[in-house]
Design a protein around this ligand. Structure first.
Ligand SMILES: [Zn+2]
Length: 73
């Protein structure tokens, strides 16, 4: 039994049956979930995942700019 990160409801699936990247949907709230890690088990909503990917790209760009600024100081 695993827990939905959205509604904290229990999803009727065995943790051992899940692999990283597996899609999953919550019966309680209908959220589209994805397994992002199995040890420990970590679930993310499909929406959160899309946002995270966008953020990661933005952060990369910011980091590069910051690194350049440091050199000029
Ligand atoms: Zn749910």
């Amino acid at each position: 039994m695993v827990k939905c990160p959205e509604c904290k409801g229990e999803i009727d699936v065995e943790e051992e049956d899940l692999d990283e990247g597996d899609p999953l949907s919550c019966d309680e709230c209908g959220a589209d979930l994805r397994v992002v890690g199995t040890d420990p088990l970590e679930l993310e909503t499909a929406e959160e995942l899309a946002e995270d990917e966008e953020d990661a790209e933005l952060f990369e760009d910011e980091d590069e700019e910051e690194a350049e600024d440091e050199e000029w100081k």
